[in-house]
Design a protein around this ligand. Structure first.
Ligand code: HEC
Ligand code: HEC
Length: 288
């Protein structure tokens, strides 16, 4: 520290001594630029790619080469099949959030190319997932893994949660059903149930839009909106089905079908039974 101050004092002293010197103006400019640059580097917010340490990236790369490169390519550039399909899409720029979501929910590594990657128990532990995320994030900027404060829904008020329900009904129910129970999509795919999904993975799903799900960027749903949706979904998950059978929470259609098939079915069965068993009194002759 003392060295720096003495250095500055000496430079400034020399500069003011030779103010007339031709070197003074460029020197002051250079000093100014250096200071601004240094201040910017020190004070600017960490970018999405974060200064992940080299070791973690190297570890992630090693894991990637073993578990993911066969479909996504050695440098995550993606591999195209002969017919023009994809073994795995390019991952440059998908961001750490996408990896944390895909690997954290067990979707990746995909066992074999199919219609849809299914949720299963994760293959990698948390350290390995972080390393894989750091490696993919180092390839190009993309959404970072959200901070805990961004998806911690414990402090969301009831009023905000109700607003979250409105956001959910306008943005998500078309695919995920109004109770978050999931639903079918074209070509054998489906939107999964949202019960039992962790708050972090919900946030990441909105940020990265897996498969047919659209990306809900912060311009579409602000971080507060996302948090409110999460709190609504968590409340929904914790609410018991007061009505008894939920019948897949599909609403009037499944309830109507149930009433027809089961309700009318019982009545028809009853009618048939009555017809097959005529009143007993007619079998015996009246005694009187
Ligand atoms: C058998 C092939 C296969 C393997 C192995 C595999 N993937 Fe994938 N991956 C795919 C396919 C196909 C998709 C696109 C379909 C989907 O999103 O479900 C995909 C999608 C992804 C996505 C989402 C990309 C996006 O645009 O959001 C990420 C992230 C990802 N993979 C990471 C990984 C990581 C990390 C590994 C290793 C642990 C891995 N994958 C292993 C085939 C594979
Ligand atoms: C166009 C249909 C569509 C819309 C709209 C949509 N999603 Fe999805 N969502 C999907 C599909 C399809 C998947 C499964 C992706 C996969 O398996 O890779 C999914 C997956 C998810 C998951 C991961 C679930 C799990 O099992 O890990 C969450 C959480 C989620 N969506 C939340 C939302 C929320 C919240 C909204 C509204 C803001 C929303 N989705 C809107 C289609 C949709």
């Amino acid at each position: 520290m003392r060295l720096i101050t003495s250095l500055i004092r000496r430079t400034v002293g020399r500069l003011s001594a030779g103010r007339r010197s031709r070197l003074a103006a460029p020197l002051v400019l250079l000093l100014g630029l250096l200071i601004t640059g240094g201040m910017y580097a020190a004070l600017s917010p960490a970018s999405a790619t974060k200064a992940a340490d080299e070791d973690q990236v190297a570890k992630g790369r090693a894991l990637f080469l073993v578990g993911c490169a066969s479909c996504h390519g050695k440098n995550a550039e993606g591999i195209t099949t002969v017919k023009g399909g994809q073994y795995g899409p390019p991952l440059v720029g998908v961001g750490a959030a996408a990896v944390d979501f895909q690997v954290g929910t067990g979707r990746m590594p995909l066992a074999q190319p199919g219609d849809q990657a299914l949720r299963k128990a994760p293959v990698y532990d948390q350290d390995e997932i972080e390393a894989l995320s750091a490696f993919v994030a180092s390839l190009g900027p993309g959404p970072a893994i959200p901070e805990k404060s961004e998806y911690d829904y414990s402090k969301v008020s009831n009023e905000e949660m109700v607003r979250g329900g409105e956001f959910f009904r306008t943005n998500c129910t078309a695919c995920h059903n109004f109770a978050g129970a999931g639903g079918a999509l074209p070509r054998g795919r489906f939107a999964p149930s949202l019960n039992g999904v962790s708050a972090k993975h919900m946030y990441e799903a909105m940020l990265t839009g897996p498969q047919q799900m659209p990306v809900f960027s912060d311009q579409v749903l602000t971080p507060e909106d996302k948090l409110q949706i999460i709190s609504y979904l968590k409340k929904n998950e914790a609410t018991p089905a007061y009505g008894g059978f939920t019948l897949g929470s599909l609403g009037p259609v499944s309830e109507g079908l149930f009433a027809w098939l089961v309700g009318i079915g019982v009545l028809v069965g009853f009618a048939v039974w009555i017809a097959a068993n005529p009143a007993r009194s007619t079998r015996k002759k009246p005694t009187a």
